[in-house]
Design a protein around this ligand. Structure first.
Ligand code: BGC
Length: 307
C-alpha cells in the first residue's frame, strides 16, 4: 500500500460507517471497554433492601434508542438517604439546581462515558433502562463515583517460592478481597470518592479502612500506594443499586507487591463496610460483586498471571 492509499484509510472507514450505521449495541460496546461492561445486576429484580420490583427490561429494551412505549418503571428513593451529607436533595426542587455533566462545586457530575442526557430535569443512565427511576439507595443523581484498589501479590509456598498453576504453568496471583456488609458478596475493597477528594486518596483510604483497619505500618502502606498503581478500568459499574437516574462509575487501579515484602506481608483485618477480608487466589472461578471480576481479569492479563 502506498502512503497516499494509507492516508485514505480513515476516510474509507468513515464512508463505511455512514453506509452501515452501527447498531445501538455496537455503539455501546465501543463506549465501554469490551468484556468489562455488563448490565445485568440492575435489571429484572427486586431493588436491594426494599420491596420494590423493577419494571422488566429485556436485553433488546435496554438502550434508550429502542422504542419501549409500555415502559412504566416505579420510582424509588430509599428513605434513609434523606438529609445525609453525602446525598443530594430530592428533585424536582426550586432551590437545588445541579450542574449536570460538569464539576458542580466539589461534586463531580461528569460521567467517564461522555455527556449523558437529561430528561425532565433528571439525568439518564448512559447505558440504558434499569426498570426503576429515582435514586434507590445511591446518594447522587447521575454518576456516583467510586475508586477501587486491586492490591495483589504472587502466591508463594512456605519457602517463599512463587507457585504456578500446574495446568497453565502461569504464576498464581492473589488479591485482597473484602466481603461487603450490604450484599455479603466478595469484592475489591473500594469506596466512594468524597466531594473534592483526589481518587488516589480514596484508594488508600478505603483500603486502609476496609482491609487493614489499623494504622500500624502506616508509613509502609503510604509508600506502597505512593509508588503508584496501574489504572486498569475507568467507567460504568454493573451495580445492583443503579437506576435510570443514578448509577455507579469507578476508577480501578492495580497496586502490585512484586516481591511480597510490603503490603503482601501485612495481616489483614476487616473494618468499616467490610465484614471479612482475605488474600484470595485469582482465577476464572472468582465470583465478585458487580463486575469486579471482569476488572480483576484486566490485572491478570497485564501481569500474565494464571486465570
Ligand atoms: C464500592 C466499590 C464499587 C462500587 C460500584 C462501591 O460501593 O465501594 O468497590 O466498585 O460501589 O459497585
Amino acid at each position: 500500500m502506498t502512503s497516499f492509499e494509507f492516508a485514505l484509510l480513515p476516510l474509507l472507514y468513515l464512508l463505511l460507517i455512514l453506509k452501515n450505521p452501527p447498531t445501538s449495541a455496537q455503539m455501546m460496546s465501543s463506549l465501554v471497554k469490551p468484556g468489562i461492561f455488563r448490565h445485568l445486576m440492575c435489571r429484572n429484580n427486586m431493588y436491594p433492601r426494599s420491596s420494590v420490583l423493577r419494571y422488566p427490561v429485556s436485553d433488546e429494551q435496554v438502550f434508550w434508542s429502542e422504542p419501549f412505549p409500555d415502559y412504566c418503571p416505579p420510582a424509588y428513593t430509599a428513605p434513609h438517604i434523606g438529609g445525609q451529607v453525602w446525598a443530594d436533595p430530592p428533585l424536582p426542587s426550586d432551590t437545588f439546581r445541579p450542574q449536570w455533566n460538569q464539576l458542580d462545586g466539589q461534586v463531580n457530575r461528569e460521567s467517564f462515558h461522555g455527556a449523558y442526557n437529561v430528561q425532565n430535569g433528571l439525568p439518564l443512565n448512559p447505558i440504558g433502562r434499569t426498570g426503576l427511576t429515582g435514586r434507590g439507595s445511591l446518594g447522587r443523581w447521575g454518576p456516583n463515583h467510586a475508586a477501587d484498589p486491586i492490591v495483589t501479590r504472587w502466591k508463594r509456598d512456605g519457602q517463599g517460592a512463587i507457585l504456578a498453576n500446574l495446568t497453565t504453568g502461569k504464576n498464581i496471583i492473589q488479591m485482597v478481597a473484602i466481603q461487603r456488609s450490604d450484599n455479603k458478596l466478595w469484592a475489591i475493597p473500594g469506596g466512594m470518592v468524597d466531594p473534592g477528594e483526589n481518587v488516589s486518596v480514596t484508594l488508600k483510604r478505603e483500603f486502609t479502612e476496609e482491609a487493614l483497619n489499623f494504622t500500624d505500618k502506616a508509613n509502609m502502606v503510604e509508600r506502597f500506594f505512593q509508588a503508584g498503581g496501574v489504572q486498569v478500568y475507568q467507567g460504568y459499574v454493573d451495580d445492583f443499586r443503579n437506576t435510570d437516574n443514578a448509577w455507579m462509575e469507578t476508577t480501578a487501579l492495580n497496586f502490585h507487591d512484586e516481591d511480597g515484602s510490603q503490603v503482601g506481608q501485612l495481616e489483614l483485618m476487616a473494618g468499616d463496610d467490610a465484614t471479612n477480608v482475605r488474600w484470595t487466589d485469582v482465577d476464572s472461578n472468582l465470583k465478585l460483586h458487580a463486575n469486579h471480576a471482569d476488572i480483576v481479569r484486566e490485572v491478570v492479563i497485564r501481569r500474565n498471571a494464571h486465570w
